[in-house]
Design a protein around this ligand. Structure first.
Ligand code: PHE
Length: 356
């Protein structure tokens, strides 16, 4: 005769010994599956007399219940062991020291370029680039510097050896060359800024033979000197973060603009220190003017139809002023200690909303 107690002991033993969820499932099928031991005994009930059926039926139901509960309890226990193992394996040791400080820094020139782009982008300007090695035509001639123009003297530069056709290319002395390249390619309205490297044969504490500029050019049918002034005043206030920054436009001369003006900002000299945003001295930071009709003509635009303004900002000068960098020369010396002092962390990205 089948002994229900023996089956119970066997099943509970097996459950207690199960070491993982797979073997537990096998035991469940062995006991309660379609052809399982308990299921089979249930089927046998039909052949029993009513009294025995009642007694054995009750005992089998109790056993079924017991086995189900024990399976569940074992399953829960095994799952939490698996979870514990998993937690242990993926453990994060929060007592570790913070990662070593990031070594790299954003160079002040790169940071300043990004700040300028951010400000002008918000005014609807797009970024354009041009080559460092330029023809005499784009760098001088098309910008209204005739071959013997005295203004060429101010922008003496480095010349390359003449090529096969006898043409001597120059390292561009200013980003203004890109004005012509853009007007030749694109019809107005034009609203561009041109960050880039420029070269002149200068070398002292405040001049480097290689330096950086950002050119700006606006060409349409209506932009006038008032727009030039408004645009540059807005730029200076945003860049230096000083609302009532003293600014003056001083008449000047460039062959490619008429009228021309240089923009000075107010500063105070206290000993060796320069404080911007105060009345005292004036410091020149950019050149600007209304695009000369000859320049428009040279670029294939009709000066009685189109007009506009241009400006060129010296990047080193304004980043020295904004960030209190006293000397120009270390900008190009690749000195890590200098970079750590004056450089920027990569997450200090300039934004109009966050302030540049
Ligand atoms: N290209 C001039 C310079 O390098 C600056 C400038 C740009 C002036 C555009 C007027 C208009 O000095």
């Amino acid at each position: 005769m089948f002994n229900i107690k023996t089956l119970e002991t066997e099943l509970l033993n097996r459950i207690a010994c199960a070491e993982d969820l797979d073997s537990l499932e096998k035991i469940r099928i062995f006991a309660l599956g379609k052809r399982g031991r308990i299921t089979a005994e249930m089927k046998n009930l039909a052949a029993m007399n009513p009294q025995a059926r009642k007694k054995t039926g009750k005992a089998l139901n109790q056993l079924k219940c017991l086995v189900k509960n024990t399976l569940l309890a074992r399953k829960t226990a095994l799952s939490s062991v698996i979870m514990d193992d998993c937690i242990l394996a993926n453990r994060v040791d929060i007592s570790l020291p913070v990662p070593p400080e990031m070594k790299g820094r954003i160079h002040p020139i790169t940071q300043t370029t990004d700040e300028i782009i951010t400000i002008f982008a918000a005014m609807g300007f797009v970024v354009v680039e041009g080559p460092d090695i330029e023809s005499d035509y784009y760098n001088f001639e098309a910008l209204n510097f005739t071959p013997n123009h005295p203004a060429r003297q101010d922008q003496d530069t480095l010349y390359l050896k003449p090529d096969k056709n006898g043409e001597r290319k120059v390292l561009r002395t200013h980003t203004s060359a890109v004005q012509i390249r853009t007007m030749e390619k694109q019809s107005p309205p034009i609203r561009i800024i041109v960050p880039g490297r420029t070269f002149r044969s200068d070398h002292d504490a405040t001049h480097s033979p290689m330096f950086h500029q950002v050119e700006g050019l606006v060409i349409d049918k209506v932009s006038h000197m008032g727009h030039l002034k408004g645009c540059l005043i807005d730029f200076c206030q945003a860049f230096f973060g000083i609302k009532d920054l003293p600014i003056r436009f001083r008449p000047s001369y460039f062959p490619f603009t008429e009228p021309s003006a240089e923009l000075d900002i107010g500063c105070l000299r206290i000993g060796h220190e320069l404080k911007i945003g105060h009345y005292g001295d004036w410091l020149e930071i950019l050149g600007s003017g209304m695009v000369h009709p000859n320049v428009l003509r040279n670029s294939g635009l009709n000066p009685s139809k189109y007009q506009g303004f241009a400006f060129g900002i010296g990047l080193e000068r304004i980043s020295m002023l904004k960030y209190g960098i006293p000397d120009l020369r270390p900008f190009y010396e690749n000195n890590l200690r200098w970079m750590h002092h004056y450089g920027f962390l990569s997450f200090a990205q300039p934004t109009i909303a966050g302030g540049v």
